[in-house]
Ligand binder design. Structure first.
Ligand code: TYM
Length: 330
């Protein structure tokens, strides 16, 4: 059994987000918010997975900007660096080192079945070796910290199963050296829809970013795809993207009101979009002041990430040492 007396027996909870663009509300409700809420339940690890982002971002200054913005947005939304270990993946060499070791026990077939790889290639991304081994690096992220729980959106379910399978392969070959993690997918936020009703995703270009200015935010919301039911006619709230998004950011009473107005007819989609716009704006408003403060103080953000990386290097280094020992490198 792998136990961590240094955490006082607390569960370890870990997730990673790619700085491959600005964070969107799918990232927030699918992974960031659940992780932030779990800071009371265990030892949280939050990773900005910049090495993963290299599979899609080929512009150095863009990657730097996305990474900084990712850090600021995560902190602004409530990630507390005093309680959680918050860091950039690339600052902890053990991730890349373990990637290699895991890759030698990972069957090709396991990776060939990965939907995310197939989808990305189908969407025009070139099939690099890095894109193919992406899930192995993700397994390293998780296994280096002996994570118990990994809160993610539904699109990451298969990647977590792959991480578990890889851990099983290692343990079969070398004895119990890695801990098997569990995904934690919060059912009602498993797949947040985007502007066109498909899963919100950077690769579909249908995202609503966190902390947009009012004008572009309103424009995006007004662009949400709806059917052509006329204003007077009753509308079906079930499966409506507007209602799906509204219930994330509005009070239960307001959500019931919107559903009732859908059914009653006489209210057009423009009015519903206006309500959604206001609710999103108001939901994130309380985070804005701290975000502005962090934007004005880049040294503070650097300092938080540097300290986080130090903590992470120590924890990951110990786990990596255990692996090296188990496999005969040391
Ligand atoms: P990424 O960066 O694509 O997304 C980050 C998190 O946001 C969730 N998410 C969503 N949830 C609900 N609805 C949506 N529309 C939506 N879009 C994104 C994702 O499920 C994810 O939880 N491979 C991972 C990053 C990663 C990772 C890790 C995750 C690297 N190492 C270790 C967990 C543990 C990814 O691409 O996430």
């Amino acid at each position: 059994m792998i136990v961590h007396p240094q955490d006082g027996g607390m569960k370890r909870i870990l997730t990673g987000i790619q700085p491959s663009g600005a964070f969107h509300i799918g990232n927030y409700f699918g992974a960031m918010k659940p992780l932030i809420a779990m800071q009371d339940r265990g030892q949280v690890f939050a990773l900005i997975v910049d090495l993963h982002a290299l599979t899609t971002v080929r512009d150095a200054s863009a990657l730097r900007d996305f990474t900084r913005r990712a850090a600021i947005d995560f902190l602004a939304c409530g990630l507390d660096p005093e309680r959680s270990v918050f860091f950039r993946q690339s600052e902890v060499p053990a991730h890349s080192q373990l990637l290699w070791i895991l890759s030698v026990v990972t069957p090709m077939g396991l990776l060939e079945r990965a939907h995310a790889f197939k989808d990305k290639v189908a969407n025009g991304l070139s099939a690099s070796a890095g894109l193919f081994t992406y899930p192995v690096l993700q397994a390293a992220d998780i296994l280096l910290y002996d994570a118990d729980i990994v809160p993610v959106g539904k699109d990451q379910k298969q990647h977590l199963e792959i991480a578990r399978d890889i851990a099983v392969k290692m343990n079969e070959a070398y004895g119990e050296v890695l801990k098997l993690p569990d995904a934690e997918i919060t059912e009602n936020v498993a797949t947040i829809p985007g502007l066109d009703g498909r899963k919100m995703s950077k690769s579909y270009g249908n995202t609503i970013e966190l902390f947009m200015d009012e004008k572009p935010l309103r424009k995006k919301i007004m662009g949400i795809v709806t059917d052509s039911t006329p204003m007077e006619a009753p509308k079906d709230p079930e499966g409506s993207t507007l209602v799906e998004l509204y219930r994330l950011v509005a009070s239960p009473i307001d959500v019931e009101q919107m559903k009732a107005d859908f059914r009653a007819g006489g209210v057009g989609y423009g009015e519903f979009k206006q309500r959604l716009f206001e609710a999103i704006r108001d939901y994130f408003a309380p985070f804005r002041a701290y975000r502005e403060e962090l934007i004005r103080d880049p040294a503070k953000v650097d300092d938080i990430l540097r300290k986080g990386a130090e903590q992470a290097r120590e924890i990951a280094g110990a786990a990596y040492g255990r692996v090296e020992q188990a496999i005969g490198l040391r």
